[in-house]
Design a protein around this ligand. Structure first.
Ligand SMILES: [Zn+2]
Length: 306
């Protein structure tokens, strides 16, 4: 009499277990602070007088996305200077980590690596600093042909960055990473290179892994990285298995970024951050916190997330 009523209870319990195994609970989105390690505040967004995204607008988007610190760089550097000097930025609780952009205009994209006036401009900007303190890095720069990593100004800038302890945000392929590292006075040992998009051309995961091992300070920024996420059955972008494994292998080496290179990226800024929060939720809490915030905070001396 006591045993019989237990059967349906056990059956129900077994059914619950089966459901739990068959459909694992959806991971909870990462909810902590974000460090946007690849942000542009370019002239067409806001030139100080006009433009669709004045300081108040971009700060509101950062706040909505839970972004509490940014690597800011802009074409020309006035945009970064504006963000760094604005009282609104401080009021919004956003820390600006200013980088010197190498581009005064679009034409500079294709010739900076051999243009001595760019080197002069970088030195002058560095000497000037910003209202938010000294510049902490140079870039983002692009090398569409990796051989241009051997340009005279590219060589000088790698030496200058290391001498001044500046980070370097580089949109380049894996071959150019090795060439740039060869120009560092320590052959890359002390070079604080941030690999924008961690190879937008799609360097295989094994190659990224080998470069991270070889260069101890190399960091990977993850915007526009092909193969990083795969859609799940519900259409949500989740980490692809081989990238998840790489992030777990190097939990202190990756950063997230918005790459607001055109105004359209500002329109989707909070969605971009929500996308990061979704796949960060698939990782162990400490790894998610590292990639979301602590890795950037450690690079630039900001307080760590609790
Ligand atoms: Zn960019």
């Amino acid at each position: 009499m006591m045993i019989k009523p237990l059967a349906p209870v056990l059956a129900a319990y077994a059914a619950t277990l089966l459901i739990a195994v068959a459909s694992p609970a959806r991971a909870v989105d990462y909810a902590g602070p974000l460090f946007d390690a690849h942000l542009h505040y370019n002239q067409e967004a806001w030139n100080g007088q006009a433009g669709p995204h004045p300081v108040a607008d971009v700060l509101a988007r950062m706040q909505q996305g839970g972004v509490r610190a940014i690597v800011s760089n802009s074409r020309p550097n006035d945009g970064t200077q504006l963000l760094a000097s604005s009282a609104q930025t401080r009021q919004a609780g956003v820390t600006v980590v200013p980088f010197i952009r190498l581009y005064r205009n679009r034409a500079d994209y294709d010739s900076w690596f051999k243009d001595e006036t760019i080197f002069d401009m970088v030195q002058a900007e560095f000497a000037k600093g910003t209202a938010a303190g000294s510049f902490k890095g140079i870039g983002e720069f692009h090398l569409y042909d990796s051989a241009n990593a051997n340009g005279p100004v590219a060589k000088k800038l790698m030496a200058f960055a290391e001498e001044k302890n500046l980070a370097v945000l580089a949109h380049v392929d894996d071959v150019a990473i090795e060439l740039l590292m060869a120009h560092s006075p320590t052959q890359g040992r002390n070079a604080r290179l941030i690999w924008a998009h961690t190879g937008i051309g799609g360097a295989p995961v094994a190659r990224v892994d080998a470069l991270l091992t070889r260069y101890p300070l190399l960091m990977g920024e993850l915007s526009y990285r092909p193969g990083l996420t795969c859609a799940d059955a519900q259409g949500q972008e989740r980490l692809c298995p081989e990238w998840r494994a790489l992030l777990l292998k190097y939990p202190t080496r990756f950063l997230i970024g918005s790459d607001t290179w055109v105004n359209q990226r500002w329109l989707y800024y909070t969605d971009l951050m929500k996308g990061y929060r979704t796949w960060l939720g698939d990782l162990p809490t400490d790894v998610a916190r590292n990639i979301a915030w602590n890795n950037g905070a450690r690079l630039f001396g900001l307080p760590l997330a609790p």
